[in-house]
Write a new protein. Sequence first.
Length: 164
Amino acid sequence: MTHISIRSIQFFLIFCLCVFSAVKSNACLEDKIYIKAYSGVVVFSLELAKTVSEKQKGLMGREKLNERSGMLFLYDKPHQAVFWMKNTIIPLDIIFISSSGKINHIHHNAKPFSTRSISGGFDILAVLEINGGMAKLEGIKIGDIVKHPFFSQFDPIWPCEFKD
């Protein structure tokens, strides 16, 4: 009869956890965005805005947004991105992302209902809206990089790994 010690079981469980974490760390899910920030990797659950009507509506009329949630606006090609807060009830941090997945600009705490244009600059391929103040709280800054399957077609700095 084989004797398995508690220490052996603990070692095996820690080993499995490490392997699982290493495999999962490069996985990408369409409904999540990963941001490599100073504080570590920050993950937000996403709604995607792909169509013209989804992009026009965005988060207008929403009374709340869950803490670790956001909306990711996806574009066909890099362009000059300009947003506004008309009919948007909650303050938002608007994060402008280049085709490489690098954060080029962050507009902190955009004022609800404002019709002022908020420009993220040029070479913007995606825009992430999250709760106002969340970028500072999580240590997200210009120059940080994101990971999401959408960027895979554009040679991102932090690519997703896809396993068959």
